[in-house]
Design a protein around this ligand. Structure first.
Ligand code: AMP
Ligand code: MG
Length: 469
């Protein structure tokens, strides 16, 4: 049994990148979930993690030798408004590890107590958002979508004051890094080119070793985000808070706050209670990504040579490559969802199907998954219109294998997650564990999991989600 061997690189950056901060600690920690397959993938010892030393680390009570807990500094545009200083207000990076395959990962405790960046917040998380992020991110990983991961969930034994008093929790989050567009904005805003250069070098070494320049870094981040957002769209995923501080430079999905997967399909779907104008609606996500990437691009301009006009032109061109990459990716993914290779005909069939789904509020996941076994028809209000579409679609000779590999049979449905959270708060972890098992096998249809692919009934529907902060 051995503790993680930390290998920290972020702490070698200048001191103004972070604040060294100790976790608050947990009065009576209880390990609710440990992700053993992830631990093994990272080269961590699951038996150590579930033992006294591991629980002490995962609850912030005692960090092992070599850990260095820091709150990272960052800024961000929140709903379009610049906030010059955000930073880790309820999370601490406890160190980096290098997995057996040579990949470097951050370990971060989320909900571990106040930091110098907490502003008015308490630095805590309650169990709800901890368990929600655990399930959402592990489902995304199982679907092959780049994402931060959940290594563990702990109940702290302490209480958190929200609208009511709730049990506290800590999520141990694993990320390729926690560097965000907002990390660049933090230094760009301060005119700190020396820090920007150090951050750019760090990011290139860590995530994009083939990039030869800040411009090439920008191009690679744009491409990574275009591919990522297309994957979100193909799952009916709505991130909910695509602020620049919640966009990771690595190209991983990060910060599942009010994130949700659609049940009934509508392109304007929004769940987040704070997104009143639908800025981050499902269909808006590619545009918002471009907006965020434009902020990233402007941070890099000071590093792109003496000729500012030329730098702006090159950076603009790089950002404008997004739609091209995104469209190709989106069309390929949606064509596959109906069993076809990308073509104008496939694209036309996809558009018609989505229009029919929107008109009748068809369930997004069930409509696609049901194409393979003829059950999709039940999802549509206008059966005649669906039948006409289906005849055209069948004539295009769809491939069943392509469809099966593109369409999960279940997604993390809001009402199921809420149910699991409520049970966990009442001391019953079984629904959470069952969901974890089912969501990490998203293509497997099993009779005992059938109820988890059912759409919510009218009175089960969750219409609003919350950041949980
Ligand atoms: P989010 O929108 O959840 O990504 O959070 C935006 C900012 O608010 C980040 O700087 C967070 O660290 C901070 N924050 C969110 N919740 C809390 C909290 N309970 N205590 C302190 N800071 C928080
Ligand atoms: Mg955030």
């Amino acid at each position: 049994m051995s503790a993680p061997q930390f290998d920290n690189s972020y702490t070698a950056l200048p001191a103004r990148f972070f604040a060294r901060t100790a976790p608050a600690g947990s009065p009576d920690p209880q390990l609710l979930a440990l992700n053993r397959p992830l631990a093994e993938r990272l080269g961590l010892d699951p038996d150590w993690l579930s033992g006294a030393g591991g629980v002490a680390m995962l609850s912030g009570n005692a960090l092992p030798e070599g850990a260095a807990s820091i709150a990272q500094a960052y800024a961000g545009h929140q709903f379009g408004n610049l906030v010059p200083q955000l930073g880790d207000g309820r999370a601490l990076m406890i160190g980096e590890i290098v997995a057996p395959d040579g990949k470097r990962f951050d370990l971060q405790l989320k909900g571990s107590g106040p930091t110098p960046f907490s502003r008015q917040g308490d630095g805590l998380a309650w169990l709800g958002p901890v368990l929600r992020e655990y399930l959402d991110s592990e489902f995304m990983a199982a679907m092959g979508v780049p994402t931060t991961r959940a290594l563990a969930a702990v109940a702290t034994g302490g209480l958190v004051q929200r609208e009511t008093v709730l049990p506290g929790g800590i999520l141990t989050r694993v990320a390729a890094s926690h560097i965000r567009v907002g990390t660049f904005e933090y230094f760009a805003l301060r005119g700190d080119n020396e820090a920007l250069r150090a951050l750019t070098d760090h990011v290139i070494t860590r995530h994009y070793p083939d990039a030869q320049s800040p411009l090439q870094l920008l191009e690679k981040v744009v491409a990574a985000q275009a591919r990522l957002i297309a994957q979100w769209m193909a799952l009916g995923f709505i991130h909910g808070v695509m602020n620049t501080d919640n966009m990771a430079i690595s190209g991983e999905t990060i910060d599942y706050g009010p994130a949700a997967f659609m049940d009934a399909y509508h392109p304007d779907m929004v769940f987040s209670s704070i997104d009143r104008r639908g800025r981050y609606a499902w269909s808006q996500q590619p545009q918002v990504a471009v907006w965020n990437l434009a902020q990233f691009a402007s941070c890099l301009i000071p590093l792109m040579g003496q000729d500012e006009e030329k730098a702006v032109e090159e950076a603009t061109r790089a950002v404008h490559s997004f739609p091209h990459i995104y469209q190709a990716e989106w069309q390929g993914r949606f064509a596959a969802k109906i069993g076809l290779s990308p073509s104008p005909q496939a694209f036309d069939l996809v558009s018609r199907l989505l229009d029919l789904m929107a008109a009748g509020q068809a369930d997004f996941t069930r409509s696609f998954a049901g194409l393979a076994d003829g059950r999709a028809r039940d999802e549509f209000l206008d059966r005649a219109a669906f039948d006409a579409w289906e005849a055209d679609w069948q004539a295009a000779d769809p491939d069943a294998g392509l469809m099966a590999a593109a369409n999960p049979v279940r997604i993390p449905r809001n009402h199921r997650i809420e149910e699991a959270i409520q049970a966990a708060v009442a001391g019953d972890l079984a629904p959470f564990q069952r969901l974890e098992a089912a969501l990490t096998h998203p293509f497997e249809a099993r009779p005992e999991w059938d109820d988890l692919s059912r759409a919510p009934l009218a009175d089960e529907r969750v219409l609003r989600t919350f950041c949980g902060t």
